[in-house]
Every structure is written in structure tokens, then in C-alpha cells.
Design a protein around this ligand. Structure first.
Ligand SMILES: [Zn+2]
Ligand SMILES: [Zn+2]
Length: 309
């Protein structure tokens, strides 16, 4: 008798947990770099270029390289679990590498699923495309293959080539899109269960910061496809007054302005992708010199610069 057969849900939960850890880690790397390096960029092969700052030493570089390797492994593992989740939904036998006559029973006479060999990561996309619809798109397949190869090099301790934190985040967003993961609720949930105190105080702020990074670094079509953010037509963004009210004052003290991620839905209605609420705003020019803000909250706060007129 075969025991401990996995469920599709358990693989999906694992996939989401791993992807949350990979997102945390990617943003930690980017925050660390912002703190310790004056200016930096990445070569296409992931080599970090730190400029104009000799504070950035060997130890910093080692930390960044190691963190990127861990994140590569986490994001790849997450993608594998998502694929396995769908395959197991079709049949738990679809991911097994050997037929039943090769299975070995334990002392009890039962065969434990956990002891069986499962398909190699390289074979999963092919199995998926044979058993599931719609098939995996080429863009996902290419990123999956690239990350899988790099992960293998990491595992074998020979990797010199790396992915950049932005590449990794893009791969995660692509994986989310492919497997119908809604980024914001999953991230809010992650903060809620990771640290309830942070959730109460700053979860909406943390997710808005992440969204702000995506808005600044991803192209308009990627943003629209993966996060339903429309940056075309000028793409003006405002702080969301509902999110500001949800975040503890203590968490906001380092921010002159709450990350601007909300957009006008109509003349006086602001729609926020984080809290998903619509907030009424007054359309008036901000009184602060140099601010081109034109939407003011009901509490009198400029939603562009954060000042209280
Ligand atoms: Zn909001
Ligand atoms: Zn202003």
C-alpha cells in the first residue's frame, strides 16, 4: 500500500513560502546595497559593480554573492513546487520517476511516497506540458531553465555567474503570473504570520515599498502583465491615504512620504493596489514650494510630497 501521498495544496503552500523567502531576501540585498554603496550596478552575468565608495569591501561583496546564491535556490525551488502542485493535482503518480514495480516497500510492507524518486527538475516542464493546460509559456520556460542551471552550479559550488536581485524578482513575478498567485494578499499574509507585530505596524508600508521598487524598475508592459499596474499615459502615482491610516505612526517616522503606488481612477477617486480601497481626494495644488502635487487627502495631506498644507 502506498502511504503519505502528497497533496497539490501542500506543494502550492511550499511554493508560496519559498517564493516569499526569496522576495524577502531579494529586497534585503537591494536595501543592503543602498545602505553600503554609494552607487552600484550589475553586469549582465550578475557581477556586482560598486562605484565611488571604498567602504564596500570584500566582506560586503561576499555577503551579496552568498545572498544572491541562496535567493536563486529559493526562487528555483519555488517554481519547481508550483509545477509539482499542478502535476500532483492531475495525479500524484505523474511526478514519480520510477514505475510501481521498482518501488521498495518498508518493514511494514507499505511503500512510503517520501522514499520514492521524483522527476528531475529539468524534466518537470515537459511533464507539465503533456498533462496540464495551458502549456507553460516560452518566457517562463526560458527563465526557469536559466535559473535551474544557475541553481545547479550553486549546489555544486562552482558558480561564478549570478543573477541580479532584479532578475530574481522578475522570475518570481513571472512564476506568480504563470501559477495565478496574487502578489499583494500573499505578501500581506506573509507579514501577518511572519511577525504579527510588523503586520500590525507596517505590513502595508512594506508591500507598498516593494511595489514602488517594481514601478521604478520594471517596464510598462511587464508591470501591466504581472501586477496590473498601468504606467502608460503618464503614469502618475500617489500615496494612499487608507494605507497611511493603517500603518502605525512609529513605522512612518523615517518616511517623508508614503510610497506612491495609488492611481487616480476618476477625478476625485484614488485606487490603491495594496489595500485595494478607493479613497476620495480633493484636487488642488499643493502649497509646498516645488511640489507639483495635485491631490490632497481628506486629512489635508498632499499625496505627492506628504506635507500637510
Ligand atoms: Zn492603500
Ligand atoms: Zn506636495
Amino acid at each position: 500500500m502506498l502511504i503519505n501521498t502528497p497533496s497539490s495544496t501542500s506543494f502550492r503552500e511550499l511554493a508560496i513560502d519559498f517564493s516569499n523567502l526569496a522576495i524577502d531576501s531579494s529586497f534585503e540585498i537591494l536595501e543592503y546595497l543602498d545602505e553600503v554603496v554609494e552607487e552600484y550596478s550589475f553586469n549582465a552575468d550578475g557581477t556586482l559593480l560598486a562605484m565611488g565608495d571604498n567602504k564596500f569591501g570584500k566582506a560586503d561583496r561576499t555577503y551579496v554573492d552568498r545572498a544572491i546564491r541562496t535567493t536563486t535556490t529559493l526562487s528555483q525551488q519555488s517554481a519547481e513546487f508550483f509545477i509539482k502542485s499542478r502535476l500532483v493535482e492531475v495525479s500524484p503518480f505523474s511526478i514519480l520517476a520510477e514505475p510501481p514495480d521498482k518501488w521498495k516497500a518498508g518493514n511494514s510492507g507499505d511503500v512510503d511516497y517520501e522514499d520514492l524518486k521524483t522527476l528531475d527538475a529539468a524534466l518537470l516542464p515537459n511533464a507539465y506540458n503533456k498533462l496540464c493546460t495551458p502549456p507553460l509559456c516560452n518566457a517562463f520556460l526560458q527563465s526557469y531553465e536559466k535559473t535551474r542551471r544557475l541553481r545547479n552550479r550553486v549546489v555544486h559550488g562552482v558558480s561564478r555567474k549570478l543573477l541580479t536581485p532584479s532578475d530574481l524578482l522578475l522570475f518570481i513575478l513571472q512564476t506568480h503570473f504563470t501559477f495565478d498567485v496574487d502578489y499583494v494578499p500573499e505578501r500581506l499574509m506573509h507579514y501577518r504570520y511572519g511577525d504579527p507585530e510588523i503586520y500590525q505596524e507596517a505590513a502595508h508600508l512594506s508591500v507598498a515599498k516593494e511595489f514602488r521598487f517594481f514601478i521604478e524598475h520594471l517596464g510598462a508592459s511587464t508591470l501591466l502583465q504581472f501586477l496590473s499596474i498601468d504606467k502608460r499615459n503618464g503614469g502618475r502615482f500617489y500615496s494612499c491615504p487608507t494605507c497611511i491610516n493603517r500603518v502605525h505612526r512609529k513605522a512612518l517616522r523615517y518616511y517623508e512620504v508614503f510610497p506612491r503606488v495609488a492611481q487616480l481612477k476618476s477625478k476625485n477617486l484614488l485606487k490603491c493596489p495594496i489595500c485595494r480601497r478607493e479613497s476620495r481626494v480633493k484636487r488642488a495644488n499643493c502649497s509646498k514650494v516645488g511640489c507639483k502635487g495635485d491631490a490632497i487627502s481628506s486629512a489635508g495631506q498632499c499625496l505627492t510630497c506628504g506635507s500637510h498644507g
